[in-house]
Design a protein. Structure first.
Length: 218
């Protein structure tokens, strides 16, 4: 392992130690008059229940043409950067209203760091995705981390408007270390589908997982 990898890894780890949070910006879903239902530093919860059927904490309501919608939190955390000057004001669609500071759990920190280290192969369009039959068979037999792929391999099928299109891999050669989609699930354009790890990076990835598990409490 090169010293550059070591330095990069220690920098990433130090950054998460100093600020172990994810910051989720909440934007106005459309134009309308906003009324906040939380205050700065309020604690909020995300959706709960076995099927996430219980909505999270109510964050704000937005009224347009006497039609009022209440927007709830999708994650747990603390309200920060509340735009209190916009309370009871008309806002444009996409206006940033508040931020939720979400404390990262050990598993989330590992995943966030891995996404900086792995090569992320992203969804080319908003569509449903499946592994190709050959890749799925190899995953079923030995698991994703036994599957080595290289540029030009047909790895995924994209299903869009009832048409299936093969997707060819364009990243660095390596093993499929992480899978970020459920087969048949609709994925937004630009969202990672898989994280690929070059064979020479495997010791670094294992070190990340081991260190975070040892040094973070939850």
């Amino acid at each position: 392992m090169s010293s550059n990898q070591e330095i990069h890894f220690d920098e990433i780890l130090a950054r998460y130690k100093s600020d172990p949070y994810n910051y989720v910006d909440m934007l106005a879903i459309h134009t309308g008059k906003v009324r906040f239902l939380v205050t700065e530093d309020s604690t909020v919860d995300g959706a709960s229940g076995e099927w996430k059927h219980k909505p999270g904490t109510q964050l704000y309501e937005i009224n347009r043409e006497r039609n009022t919608k209440i927007i709830t939190s999708k994650t747990n955390g603390t309200i920060s950067a509340l735009r209190s000057e916009l309370d009871n004001q008309f806002v444009e669609s996409g206006e940033k209203l508040l931020t939720i500071r979400h404390p990262l759990k050990k598993k989330e920190i590992i995943e966030a760091i891995l996404q900086e280290v792995l090569f992320l192969f992203e969804a080319p369009e908003r569509a449903r995705y499946y592994f190709s039959m050959d890749i799925q068979a190899r995953i079923d037999q030995k698991g994703a981390r036994s599957v080595f792929i290289q540029p030009g391999d047909e790895i995924i099928t994209m299903s869009l408007m009832k048409r299936d299109t093969p997707v060819y891999y364009t990243g660095e050669p390596g093993i499929i270390h992480s899978v970020y989609f459920t087969p048949g699930e609709s994925m937004k354009q630009g969202k990672p589908l898989i994280g690929v790890c070059a064979k020479d990076k495997l010791p670094l990835v294992q070190k990340i997982i081991t260190r975070v598990k040892a040094e973070w409490e939850s």
